[in-house]
Design a protein around this ligand. Structure first.
Ligand SMILES: [Zn+2]
Ligand SMILES: [Zn+2]
Length: 179
């Protein structure tokens, strides 16, 4: 469903969709495992700037490889979203940007061709809503670096000594991020 700026100049555009897996290309790092259901509306937030704002609710089950053990890890994305888009002529670079608009700053992405494809909006929200650390479970023990066993399934008994600095630095980072 393409949301046209021209239509928004007359009225807001409501939407309600249920998209089966495969309709949206999420790339190869994450997978959709159930229908994506979304409803809401698109409005012309600011006529002068031609800011398109898309708001609504979305529910979808997603899956990614666990960062530690590489087994599939499931994530439910469920909740409200509210994304703003400005015409490309206002873009300074790539992707989402903070744009200062006098009375308020908005975090916006950019559209071309007189409007925006709803699937692109939904895709963007899902990717933004996925957790940074994708784990099958909080205490995933990961893969043994020596023998490759999945330590959630069996403890292989290998004695893992911190062998190089990078490994140690990574572990320190992990400990810090838990605090
Ligand atoms: Zn895992
Ligand atoms: Zn091992």
């Amino acid at each position: 469903m393409f949301i046209r700026l021209q239509d928004l100049e007359l009225r807001s555009v409501p939407f309600s969709v249920a998209l089966p897996a495969g309709e949206i290309d999420f790339g190869d790092r994450v997978r959709q495992t159930g229908p994506l259901e979304a409803s809401g509306e698109a409005v012309l937030q600011n006529e002068t700037l031609e800011e398109i704002r898309v708001r609504g609710r979305l529910h979808v089950d997603m899956e990614a490889d666990c960062d530690r053990c590489l087994e599939p890890a499931g994530f439910v994305i469920d909740g409200e979203f509210d994304l703003s888009y400005l015409p490309e002529r206002l873009a300074a670079g790539e992707g989402r940007e903070e744009v200062a608009l006098g009375e308020r700053d908005i975090d916006a992405a950019f559209y071309t061709d007189g409007g925006i494809e709803l699937k692109d909006v939904l895709r963007e929200h899902v990717l933004l809503a996925m957790p940074m650390r994708k784990l099958c479970r909080e205490d995933c023990k990961g893969i043994c670096p020596l023998c490759g066993a999945n330590r959630n399934v069996s403890s292989c008994g290998c004695e893992v000594k911190p062998v190089d600095d990078r490994w140690e630095a990574l572990r320190e980072q992990e400990v810090r991020s838990k605090k």
